[in-house]
Design a protein around this ligand. Structure first.
Ligand code: ATP
Length: 477
């Protein structure tokens, strides 16, 4: 299957089976904003829970918080977002279409041979690192890079656009203050650093984790839920003694890659991309990239943020944000290693990894199925319980089983359609296990379990179902 097709098929499947819908669809949608449907919301929540527990439960020195989306406006001055959170953009004068300069040049590079593309991209990286906007425009003109709408090379100068959404707080218009929708969750952690450290009696090294919405006015938003204007992040700031940041950076690079592999995704589908142009706050940074249907793209960043944020908040707030390290009898501002992963991008990664159009044809019969091979711990529905018929007491046995299982995991009950059709529908939803109750169940208290991936069926005792499924869906077996 061509990758373009795969992305389109995935988008279609996500909508048809209740995973992801375009926002406000009955009004033609809202660009780069999406809603999660009944199964998408479960999948997203399971991924969030897995990340949360991997951080706050599996490490005894990491705790989780839940900070507000709105923050004091000075936070964004101190963090550098008001001055620096912008991308160089260029407009085509004929079509008025706006492009992120790096995306425009990268798009052009894709049309070149590998060797020529590398030269163009290396030149672009250098110009971006130097903030050389005149040079970037010259590169676009020299290479005759045209707009996809007007096909002309008639460009404005390159300018910076801030990506933060602003709104107002306060009920009286005159007195209202401009306030921003947070573009990252990290700052909610920095401003609470001392609150958590003191109230939790935390000793360095320790981490604070958080998940929550972030908002960016992305100019070129595309790629389904890969790049959205409203999205969710899962971030963890790990506070360390100055001078130890290099080793902790390596530690977290490796730990995060292990987490990715624990999703059952092959190592060959991931790669690290070390940053050449470092953000204003970083002394080392890399992306973990996954091989999406559109190619290798960032799913997570690991950043060594130095003491930039705490130092800057100390300066702007006038409040001391130092830590007293009793092991060395010293006060200092901790250094920070950050792991920052997009929840929606992870949903997209897990969906694209799971999606398979499987050909089941035999010599006599054409057959196929779409199956989502989610790891059982992430599947929206863990167990479908299907009475073979609607009568003869079979639904009653099914209800008995559901009542036994539903306090522990998500079940689904269905009695309509042939059993084959019902299995295929569960495959398309990614349900790893189906239980069929038939007439034999009444005689010997056994049921058929059917496995999604192998489609193998076997008989097991009704009484064993709950424990068997609970074993198979454990996050940390
Ligand atoms: P990109 O280069 O793709 O714009 P970024 O480097 O700006 O991403 P970070 O600021 O490091 O991203 O944010 C951390 C994570 O948040 C990213 O790795 C990504 O998974 C997620 N993320 C960032 N922007 C978006 C977005 N617009 N939509 C969905 N997820 C996003």
């Amino acid at each position: 299957m061509a990758n373009d097709n795969k992305l389109q098929n995935l988008i279609g499947h996500s909508k048809e089976y209740g995973f992801v819908f375009p926002s406000s669809e009955i009004y033609e949608g809202l660009s780069a904003v999406y809603d999660y449907g009944q199964y998408g919301a479960e999948l997203k929540k399971n991924i969030r829970d897995y990340w949360w527990r991997s951080m706050t439960q599996m490490y005894d020195n990491i705790v989780g918080i839940d900070a507000s989306i709105f923050m004091h406006p000075t936070v964004w001055k101190a963090s550098g977002h008001i001055d620096n959170f912008s991308d160089p953009m260029i407009d085509n004068k004929d079509s008025h279409k706006r492009y992120r300069v790096d995306h425009l040049i990268e798009g052009f590079a894709e049309t070149l041979t590998k060797e020529n593309a590398e030269i163009v991209l290396a030149t672009m990286d250098k110009l971006l690192a130097a903030n050389d906007f005149t040079g970037l425009k010259q590169l676009i003109e020299e290479k005759n890079i045209t707009c996809s709408v007007s096909s002309t090379c008639n460009w404005t100068d390159v300018r910076q656009f801030n990506l933060m959404f602003a709104t107002e707080i306060g009920s009286i218009a005159d007195e209202a203050n401009v306030i921003y929708l947070r573009p990252e969750t990290a700052q909610g952690i920095f401003v609470n650093f001392l609150n958590v450290q003191k109230s939790g009696r935390m000793k360095i090294p320790f981490g604070i984790a958080q998940t929550g919405k972030a908002f960016r006015n992305e100019i070129v938003a595309r790629g389904f839920i890969f790049r959205m204007r409203e999205f969710e992040q899962m971030e963890m700031q790990f506070f360390v003694r100055p001078g130890t940041q290099k080793e902790w950076y390596e530690f977290w690079k490796e730990a995060r890659m292990k987490w990715h592999l624990s999703l059952g995704i092959a190592a060959s589908k991931y790669r690290f991309h070390d940053h050449v142009k470092l953000a204003h706050y970083a002394d080392a940074a890399c992306d973990i990239e996954y091989d999406f249907p559109m190619g290798f793209k960032e799913v997570e960043g690991v950043h060594s943020r130095t003491d930039f944020d705490l130092k800057s908040h100390q300066e702007y707030s006038g409040k001391k944000l130092t830590y007293f390290d009793t092991d060395i009898n010293q006060h200092y501002i901790p250094y920070v290693i950050e792991t920052s992963i997009g929840l929606d991008r992870t949903v997209m990664m897990v969906l694209s990894e799971a999606y398979e159009e499987e050909d089941l044809s035999t010599d006599d019969k054409q057959d196929s199925r779409v199956v989502l091979r989610f790891p059982p711990m992430l599947a929206p529905i863990k167990l479908a319980i299907l009475p073979l018929t609607k009568k003869d007491g079979l639904p009653e046995i099914a209800r008995f089983l559901i009542n036994q299982c539903k306090p522990h995991f998500k079940c689904f009950y269905e009695e309509k359609d042939s059993i084959g059709k019902r299995y295929r529908r569960q495959d398309a939803l990614g349900t790893p296990f189906c239980i069929t109750i038939d007439h034999q169940t009444k005689d010997d208290q056994t049921v058929t379990i059917r496995y999604r991936d192998s489609m193998v069926q076997e008989r097991i005792a009704l009484n064993d179902v709950k424990n068997l499924i609970m074993n198979k869906i454990q996050m940390f077996p």
